[in-house]
Design a protein around this ligand. Structure first.
Ligand code: PMP
Length: 359
């Protein structure tokens, strides 16, 4: 055995993570560009100060108050017993795979998709299968069902809107895959759900019809709370109960619970910029198309655009001008998060220069 005694399949693997470069315009990890107002900051600080007085005790392991507040926020008749939360939807996803994946079982998704999924599968010793999306990044439903029939996955991961393409799934696709998957679970990852364009409903509406459907959400994106690390899901109570078996005891700290509860009391304000960000996303899509680029339709707070013969050179050109985007997705494409109006102007100015330089 070599030192340190890392699992064989983890040897030589670099830890996942977008570069955290100190440049003025950060448009690479799909954050909300608007920080909390002084009023929200003060309320969170008061809630955290109260929680600090109890820090000699373990927190409420069942985060009862937070589950009720999240159920209330979700609406759609979701009850607190149908809600589970963890440190970001990243931890939610890992817990789902720890509970429902495992040796001899398969997790399935459709590429290009969120690059962490295969890592959760690996960490939970679950076989990973990725089908393909169409050239417009939609799903061919017949092919998707056939793949599910072939591999009989115990977990199907469907981000909607998808990262990095921004593509939302129609309700028929979720329904068809829930039916095809049978006793496996279908996870619709709605990390960017609040940014959808009108006409695509949330999979929350389908929960009463499919006991194997899990809808995950996060406070990191539309809710502008990435630093607090709070993700959650809605599903049948049996699914929440099953996750309890794999969660670490007291995984949600008293500070996290207090912060999330205080933030939820300010939901309308924290979500107040979503409309504006959607508008700017649509403008960004239009502008990029006017430059003659290929652009994926987006229901999220980011846009995938290309194609560049040397995308790394374009990425570097933008970094040199103080703008950080993400080198991700299929070869030749780049992804830009939607920032403030000033940040998007910096992005379009920098990209114009880089493309002229490359002509
Ligand atoms: N799902 C998708 C599709 C994502 O893009 C991300 C973050 N980039 C997450 C889940 C995880 O987000 P968080 O852990 O901050 O909730």
């Amino acid at each position: 055995m070599s030192w340190p005694p890392l699992r064989e399949e983890l040897r030589g693997i670099a830890p996942y993570g977008a570069p955290q470069l100190d440049v003025p315009v950060q448009l690479n990890v799909n954050e909300n560009p608007y920080g909390p107002s002084p009023r929200v900051v003060a309320d969170i600080a008061t809630a955290v100060a109260e929680a600090a007085g109890t820090l000699h005790r373990y927190p409420d392991r069942e985060f009862t108050e937070l589950r009720a507040a999240l159920a209330d926020y979700l609406g759609h008749d979701v009850s607190p017993e149908q809600v589970w939360a963890a440190n970001g939807s990243n931890e939610i996803m890992l817990q789902l795979l720890q509970a429902f994946g495992g040796p001899g079982r398969t997790a399935l998704s459709f590429a290009p998709t969120y690059s962490m999924y295969p890592e959760y599968a690996r960490d939970a010793m679950t076989t990973w299968v990725a089908g393909r999306r169409e050239s417009d990044f939609s799903l061919d439903l017949d092919a998707a069902r056939a793949l599910v029939r072939e591999h009989r996955p115990s977990v199907v991961l469907l981000p909607s809107p998808n990262n990095p393409t921004g593509t939302a799934l129609p309700a028929e696709a979720v329904t068809a895959l829930c039916e095809e998957t049978g006793d496996g679970v279908v996870v619709v990852d709605e990390a960017y759900g609040e940014f959808r364009r009108a006409g695509t409903p949330s999979a929350l509406e389908l929960l009463p019809r499919h006991r194997n459907l899990v809808v995950t959400r996060t406070m990191s994106k539309a809710f502008a709370l990435a630093g607090a690390r709070l993700g959650y899901l809605a599903a049948a109570p049996e699914i929440c109960d099953a996750i309890r078996v794999v969660r670490l005891p007291y995984h949600l700290s008293a500070i996290t619970q207090a912060t999330a509860l205080a933030a939820l009391r300010h939901a309308p304000e924290l979500l107040g910029r979503v409309e504006e960000l959607r508008g700017r996303r649509d403008e960004t899509v239009r502008w990029l198309r006017e430059q003659g680029l290929e652009v994926a339709d987006s229901d999220a707070n980011f846009v995938l655009f290309g194609r560049f013969a040397d995308r790394h050179a374009v990425w570097q050109g933008l970094v040199d001008r103080g703008v950080l985007v993400r080198e991700t997705g299929p070869d030749g494409w780049l992804r830009v998060s939607i920032g403030t109006a000033e940040e998007m102007t910096a992005f379009t100015d920098a990209l114009t220069e880089v493309m002229e330089e490359q002509r």
